[in-house]
Design a protein around this ligand. Structure first.
Ligand code: NAD
Length: 457
């Protein structure tokens, strides 16, 4: 079934530079030394992998749906996995070799769709997990795509822009054969943005002619969609608005905490603030800050945009990032990496609602602890679907060569997010399940139905 292409070579030497190269070997040895120190500290990522997390939730739902083992294998294993070697000469004069992946998990419902991340901890299992999650997410949102994900294990935040461009173009050169506007359409993810999408589109265009629908999340000047950059954060806020009345929260009296002040986290925060909610603590990879009087989400975004450190932001106290999740608040929004809420810190959490802006931020053990504590969890598979929904709108606009205005984009996003919440909440209520299980049931059922009707299985 699964078709595997592997073009990875051992070859070119990995050079040494001030910021150590994160080749697969280096990442492996870093993981080993981390493992040797035992359990993660409260602010660190969990020992359980993203793949373990997604697999666990898939199996729980597949059991409930009574999917037999043979068919379960079809829905769990990826359809196609491509691994490529990306040798790039960096400013230290040496060639650094990174590994790039594009994994197409399931295309029963439409072309594969999913982001590309540039991060030193990217590995094939993480991309498998994220691709699988995309399959259920597009189905829960009801947009006509399958699920995919890509990544390169480069330390993008430590590279110069020209070096990131080389990585992006080299990656596209090597995976373009499996991509296409009706085959597989990448998008931004961790450490990739509209600029990176522009380079990817340009590289694809050299071989295939101008093809804006090959990637989404592009700059507005290159047929990107209005509202796409904010879409994932905005989608999280639509979820909050749907769920808030059920647990007695009113936006103007809501306090919230954000872990990870990047695209998703900062947009979620800025839109929550527009509703009158107050951000009282926030972190990024450089540290964490807290102010019970409130942290201005717009001013913090501008400060970081100017190159300022989060910990240098005026009007808030630096805190240990490990303490962030323990700050009492109404809503906690993890919007950084996977596995950040785990069994060693879940018990510290003091929020009423947790909205998973990030993918797989919560391990199954942590999820159980949060349930016991009565925290209302809006899972990644629905909470952060706003990005792929507006990516769908961008793709539609590109195919039509017709731009929608931002209000239209945001309104249509709201319609889809509300529908997804209501459908999942109804299913969960019907079967006396939590939202995550309800969402997986809805997603897997829709994929299975499409696969059967197509005659795939
Ligand atoms: P981003 O690169 O813009 O932001 C990531 C943020 O996390 C940065 O501020 C970084 O400093 C911070 N961070 C990294 N390590 C951290 C740590 N240990 N503690 C606290 N903060 C840390 O990425 P993004 O696009 O905002 O993606 C964030 C998450 O949302 C990822 O899990 C991604 O898969 C998910 N997601 C993104 C989109 C999208 O449209 N961009 C869509 C769906 C899901």
């Amino acid at each position: 079934m699964a078709e595997t292409e592997t073009a990875t070579g051992a070859g070119v030497g990995v050079g040494e530079r001030e910021d150590p190269d994160k080749s697969p070997q280096a990442v492996e040895s870093a993981k080993e030394s981390a493992a040797a120190t035992g359990a993660p500290k409260p602010g660190q990522r969990a020992e359980v992998s993203n793949l373990d997390i997604v697999r666990h939730y898939f199996e729980v739902a597949a059991d409930k749906l009574g999917i037999p083992e043979d068919v379960r294998t079809v829905f769990w294993t990826p359809y196609r996995e491509v691994t490529v070697q990306i040798p790039v000469r960096l400013s230290d004069g040496k060639v650094h070799v990174y590994s790039g992946y594009r994994i197409q998990h399931n295309g029963a419902r439409g072309p594969y769709k999913g982001g590309i991340r540039f991060h030193p901890e990217v590995d094939i299992d993480e991309i498998r997990a994220l691709a699988c999650l995309m399959t259920w997410k597009t189905a829960v949102a009801g947009v006509p795509f399958g699920g995919a994900k890509g990544g390169v294990n480069c330390p993008a935040d430590k590279l110069e822009a020209s070096e990131v461009q080389k990585v992006a173009r080299s990656f596209m050169d090597k995976v373009e054969k499996v991509l296409g506007p009706t085959r597989d359409i990448p998008a931004p993810d961790v450490n990739t943005n509209a600029q990176v999408m522009a380079w990817l589109m340009d590289e694809y265009g050299k071989l295939h002619g101008h093809t804006p629908a090959i990637v989404t999340g592009k700059p507005i000047s290159l047929e990107g969609s209005l509202g796409r950059e904010a879409a994932t954060g905005r989608g999280c806020v639509y979820m909050f608005r749907e769920a808030a009345p059920h647990i007695g929260l009113s936006p103007t009296e809501t306090t919230f905490v954000v872990q990870g002040y990047g695209n998703v986290g900062s947009w979620a925060a800025r839109i929550m603030q527009q509703l009158g909610a107050r951000m009282i603590a926030v972190s990024d990879a450089n540290g964490a800050i807290r102010s019970d009087a409130g942290i201005d989400a717009n001013a913090l975004h501008d400060h970081i945009g100017r190159g300022g450190l989060i910990t240098e932001f005026a009007g808030a106290e630096p805190i240990d990032p490990a303490d962030l999740v323990a700050v009492p608040c109404d809503v906690l929004i993890p919007a950084a990496l996977g596995g950040m809420i785990h069994e060693h810190n879940a018990d510290l959490i003091r929020c009423k609602m947790l909205i998973e802006g990030a993918n797989s931020p919560t391990t199954p053990a942590a999820d159980r602890i949060l349930r016991d504590k009565g925290v209302y969890v809006i899972p990644d598979v629905m909470a952060n679907a706003g990005g792929v929904v507006v990516s769908y709108f961008e793709w539609v606009q590109n195919l039509q060569h017709f731009r929608w205005d931002e209000r239209e984009v945001n309104d249509k996003l709201g319609t889809i997010m509300r529908r997804a919440y209501r459908e999942v909440a109804a299913r969960a209520k019907e079967e006396n399940l939590h939202l995550r299980e309800g969402a997986y049931l809805v997603g897997i059922e829709r994929v299975a139905e499409a696969a059967h009707i197509r005659g795939y299985v």
